[in-house]
Ligand binder design. Structure first.
Ligand SMILES: [Fe+2]
Ligand SMILES: [Fe+2]
Length: 163
């Protein structure tokens, strides 16, 4: 993630980044960081690609930022056997939360609801939705291995100290 985000990008998503409920995402673990950090990465990278490819970067930046707008720790959620499947349900929760706080156009709605494709049924309707689903998977994989490497390196250091 670059240290300084483009001014134009920040203007597009300013209201979301300042929203009190959205800021709560900083408190919830996701992959190796927080939902806030993960969503910001997915949104910024998707925005950069969308601009280069002359896609609707406005819908991409906002839809991607809101794609995981759920305010709970999914690890706790999964412990309750009465809860529905997190992977299938959280896009719907994210859309509900997004609509509660912001105006969501049909393209943003599709980006949020289909970002788990092909796990969720329904093919993405727009090329912008396809882009975000791909960038989300890329970022999630990268974040997962960052976390994995950290754990491995910790173990290596402990092993080096005792041997
Ligand atoms: Fe997600
Ligand atoms: Fe995500």
């Amino acid at each position: 993630m670059p240290e300084k985000l483009e001014e134009e990008y920040l203007e597009l998503v300013e209201d979301i980044l300042e929203n009190e409920t959205f800021l709560k995402l900083k408190n919830y673990h996701h992959h190796s960081s927080s939902i806030y950090e993960h969503s910001l990465r997915v949104s910024y990278f998707s925005y950069k690609v969308a601009k280069t490819l002359e896609m609707d970067y406005h819908a991409v930046a906002r839809g991607a930022l809101l794609h995981d707008f759920f305010t709970y720790d999914w690890r706790d959620y999964k412990k309750n056997k009465n809860n529905k499947n997190h992977g299938l349900e959280h896009p719907k929760t994210a859309l509900r939360n997004a609509r509660k706080h912001f105006t969501v156009c049909s393209k943003q709605k599709d980006i949020i609801l289909k970002h788990m494709w092909p796990k969720v049924l329904g093919v993405p309707k727009y090329k912008e939705s396809v882009l975000v689903t791909m960038v989300d998977k890329y970022c999630a994989t990268e974040e997962f291995y960052e976390g994995f490497n950290e754990v491995v390196m910790k173990k290596v250091k402990i092993f080096a100290q005792i041997s």
